[in-house]
Design a protein around this ligand. Structure first.
Ligand code: SF4
Length: 151
């Protein structure tokens, strides 16, 4: 079973109410069954929702800094949404464990799904989103899929 950021499969769950359908995703998934989830929706954040950014996090370890209380995620309205992000990421990890997920294909440039530890994405974005950090910690392989647009 492969976990995929729901927006990459055309689900309209992004902060702006849009999807981020990826042309590449079918080839990457092949014939494997897919679990499509959005951690921010599972965390109780609605669609649409104000975009959020890390505050106080070191680049490349943003997700871990948030989980361990050294950073926060604030939305555009100034609300601290850290707890919702962590809750959603843990919920995805729980479902991934239940479904024996071995690989996660996650959308780039997202404070949840982003995973670019070498900083090679020309569009920028966080090095380690909250979901990426949680999945890596439980041994799931994470790969970033470039789909343009903030997640
Ligand atoms: S990038 Fe992740 S958090 Fe953002 S909409 Fe897609 S699935 Fe949800």
């Amino acid at each position: 079973m492969i976990l995929v950021s729901a927006c990459l499969l055309g689900h309209k769950v992004r902060y702006d109410g849009r999807h981020a359908l990826s042309e590449e995703i079918k080839a990457l998934v092949g014939s494997e069954p897919v679990l499509a989830l959005c951690p921010e929706v599972l965390g109780g954040l609605g669609v649409p929702r104000p975009p959020a950014r890390f505050v106080g996090a070191a680049w490349g370890r943003e997700g871990l800094d948030l989980i361990e209380g050294r950073a926060r995620l604030l939305n555009d309205q100034g609300r601290d949404v850290s707890a919702a992000f962590v809750h959603g990421a843990r919920e995805v990890a729980r479902l991934a464990r239940e479904h024996r997920v071995r690989l996660a294909l996650l959308k780039d440039r997202s404070p949840s799904c982003g995973w670019d530890p070498a900083g090679i994405n020309p569009a920028g974005g966080p090095g380690q989103g909250v979901l990426a950090a949680v999945l890596k910690a439980v041994g799931v392989e994470v790969r970033e899929v470039r789909a343009n647009g903030r997640g």
